[in-house]
Design a protein around this ligand. Structure first.
Ligand SMILES: *Cc1c(COP(=O)(O)O)cnc(C)c1O
Length: 413
């Protein structure tokens, strides 16, 4: 169990008041900023003056005071020196990767990653002569073997999508360090539960669209890292966030700022329900994967890596065998039992259910899906926290009995 406490760290950092002393921070919507003396402008452009040197802002694609508040809070929560917010999780990943890799460079990435990231690495980056070797991230020898002199980044998700395998971040960090490579970790599935920087990650990525915002009403992302990396990303001449321009709107930043204070409460409740429902399904003989279950292959590792008190998350994977059974299950869960909604994404207060193989992971070939353990009947259930837990357990129990039958034989170990 880790001793880092992201909830405390965030609480301590949250000291931003509104313009007139409001308990809520102000929204600075200006795209450009006045300088009081003409000689300040060249000083901003040469980097002598900036937001952190006398509060001089230039232009809101560069830095914006409201977006900066969110960046500071996220950096505090992650325990990194700095952070920068972006317009989406994908832009956070693409800018961070492109900052570290140029033509001819190489990435070692986990096979079990978000479909969009997989597509970026597999199809788009090779067009810029940046190639990726995909590995089973649990196989540390395979990770080492995949590293070449051109490798700049090891990329993984803490909790793999959608199979929920856990990456051994301390071991990966040791490998990365020994070869002078950066370890980049997408922690979208597990904010607060894991703080990858405290486990050795150099760069931590979030899709803020998911748990951190928590209301499924906006798209946003963040890159957390050291001061130097963040200032490189924002550099006026080659900064990838600055020049590719996935700027976060200050109104979006404000919305997320207002939802951060209850992130810890939400994560605990997602996790409480995850463990209860996964345990019940397991007991019924359903093939279910959840990192909090003792029989999850990396349960001990997850328990070692996690911060105390946040559980193991709100996502579980339920294997219904084949796609048509999975679709029948979704139909009943949504339209008869009202257990959740058939939708991609996660981190919402209502439950979202999708069949990964034919949706968010459909970029991955059937062959690769099989190799990474992604069954075509795998449902990713991102549990919400509305309704009583007892009612929810009754709903999913009835749906399982209806679709899979009452006497399931427990899976063979
Ligand atoms: C959703 C998601 C992304 C992409 O984030 P967007 O905000 O949709 O661009 C990246 N990684 C993971 C793990 C995700 O779940």
């Amino acid at each position: 169990m880790q001793s880092y406490n992201p909830e405390q760290a965030l609480l301590k950092a949250r000291r931003e008041f509104g313009e007139h002393g409001g308990v809520v921070p102000s929204i600075e919507r200006s795209s450009t900023f006045t300088v009081m003396h003409p000689d300040t402008m060249p000083e901003i452009f040469t980097g002598i003056k900036g937001p952190e040197q006398g509060g001089c802002f230039l232009y809101s694609r560069h830095f914006n005071p409201t977006v900066d508040v969110l960046s500071r809070y996220l950096a505090a929560m992650e325990g990194t020196q700095a952070a920068v917010c972006t317009a989406s999780g994908m832009s956070a990943i693409s800018c961070a990767v492109l900052q570290l890799c140029s033509s001819g460079d190489h990435i070692v990435a986990s096979k079990t990653i978000y479909g969009g990231t997989h597509a970026l690495f597999e199809s788009l980056l090779p067009q810029m002569k940046i190639n990726t070797t995909f590995v089973n991230i649990a196989d540390l020898d395979a990770v080492k073997a995949a590293i070449t002199p051109e490798t700049r980044v090891i990329f993984t998700e803490t909790m793999g999508n959608p199979t929920l395998n856990i990456a051994d971040l301390p071991a990966l960090s040791a490998i990365a360090r020994s070869r002078n490579i950066k370890l980049m970790v997408d922690n979208t599935f597990s904010p607060m539960i894991f703080t990858p920087h405290s486990l050795g990650a150099d760069v931590v990525i979030y899709s803020l669209t998911k748990y951190i915002n928590g209301a499924s009403d906006l798209v946003a992302g963040a890159i957390c890292g050291d001061k130097q990396f963040v200032s490189e990303l924002m550099g006026l001449h080659t900064g990838r966030v600055m020049l590719l321009g996935p700027t976060m709107d200050p109104r979006v930043a404000f919305d997320i700022i207002q939802r951060l204070p209850h992130l810890a409460i939400r994560m605990r409740e997602h996790s409480r329900r995850g463990l209860a429902i996964a345990g019940m399904l397991k007991g019924m003989g359903v093939r279910v994967s959840y990192p909090g279950l003792l029989d999850h292959p990396q349960h001990a590792l997850a328990a070692q890596m996690c911060n105390q008190g946040f559980g193991f998350g709100g996502i579980l994977a339920m294997d219904c065998g084949d796609r048509s059974t999975a679709e029948k299950m979704m139909e009943i869960l949504q339209n008869e039992e009202k257990f959740g909604l058939i939708a991609v994404s996660l981190g919402y207060f209502d439950t979202l259910i999708s069949c990964s193989g034919s949706s968010t992971s459909s970029e991955i070939t059937a062959e690769d899906q099989q190799e990474m353990g992604l069954s075509p009947g795998l449902l990713r259930i991102a549990l919400g926290y509305t309704g009583s837990l007892d009612d929810r357990m009754g709903q999913i129990k009835r749906a399982v009995e209806k679709v899979l039958g009452k006497d399931l034989t427990p899976p063979k170990e």
